[in-house]
Design a protein around this ligand. Sequence first.
Ligand SMILES: Nc1ncnc2c1ncn2[C@@H]1O[C@H](COP(=O)(O)OP(=O)(O)OP(=O)(O)O)[C@@H](O)[C@H]1O
Ligand SMILES: O=C(O)C[C@H](Cc1nc2cc(Cl)cc(Cl)c2[nH]1)c1ccc(Cl)cc1
Length: 321
Amino acid sequence: MDAVPGVHLRVGQLHSMMTPPPPSDEATRKRSASDFVFGKVIGEGSFSTVYLAKDIHTNKEFAIKVLEKRHMIREKKMEYVLREKKVLQILSGCPNYFVKLYCTFQDTERLYFVLTYAKNGELLSFLNKKGLWNIECTKYYATELVLALEELKFKEIVHRDLKPENILFDENWHILLIDFGSAKIVSSNEDKIENEDETKKRKNSFVGTAQYVSPELLKNTETGYASDLWALGCIIYQMVSGLHPFHAGSEYLIFQKILKLEYEFPENFDKTAKDLVEKLLVLNPDKRLGATDIKPYSSIRQHEFFSDIDWDNIGPPPKFI
Ligand SMILES: Nc1ncnc2c1ncn2[C@@H]1O[C@H](COP(=O)(O)OP(=O)(O)OP(=O)(O)O)[C@@H](O)[C@H]1O
Ligand SMILES: O=C(O)C[C@H](Cc1nc2cc(Cl)cc(Cl)c2[nH]1)c1ccc(Cl)cc1
């Protein structure tokens, strides 16, 4: 594995890579790029490159998300980075369903997030492979998604950009949600304290993905937990049919269809899944299944689609590979 392209190791760094500090410092010492050997690029974001990397002290593999400071500053994206860091820190207490943030560090040019390596890639790539996915897979992973959304609600976080590309699989084929740069931390009311033009900038700058954007986000009204329930409905529809519920030749036309709730189900769409999707893809956020649960998301758990799920022990993932 080579070092990060463009990161020239000085003799001192090479030396420090060879002679790790005494173990007592290990756990607390601030990491740096020289603690890792960087390997292949495993993904690219709008402002990031994600590398597979190995910790030279433990040989453990990580995904390291690297962001160029110049790019962050030029595109005024610092708030996204700091939001993602803060949300990942809040979620680091959750044992399942979210990529774990081990540490962050920086050098003169870059910022680094050291994250769990989701070894088995994106959900999207499996949805695109015909005949690979069946209703059992949909049931299992919709269950893990509901459990993940319950955790987010408990931690008072709205993801706001849920989509199959942001749902990865760990080495045991459990889901790991990523990409919290657009997330909202409800408890801090940070969205409420911003002034008018900051609100306008945030709402206009949000770059969610057309097919999964909720109506309230398009209408610039308040986005809350129910925005993630809308995305859940879209993702379940896609897991069952392999298609987006709202599809058109342009983002504008997709948005129009979303605002008019213009979508239909293929003939052979699973009946109970259809009923569940219809109860999630509701224009009024407060009327979506689960939106007003005292104990989130009990009304989704009780839906017939999940009738054979033991929520306290959902068992191992289905073998779909
Ligand atoms: N922990 C991880 N393990 C494995 N692959 C990852 C991990 N995190 C990200 N990736 C891969 O890298 C890609 C880019 O991820 P990243 O979160 O940096 O960008 P992004 O925030 O999704 O992009 P955008 O800024 O457009 O939203 C992802 O689509 C995913 O395929
Ligand atoms: O070391 C830390 O943990 C704190 C720093 C703080 C920090 N330094 C920054 C410099 C720039 Cl240019 C942009 C952002 Cl968002 C910056 N955030 C930091 C480093 C890396 C990451 Cl991923 C986030 C924050």
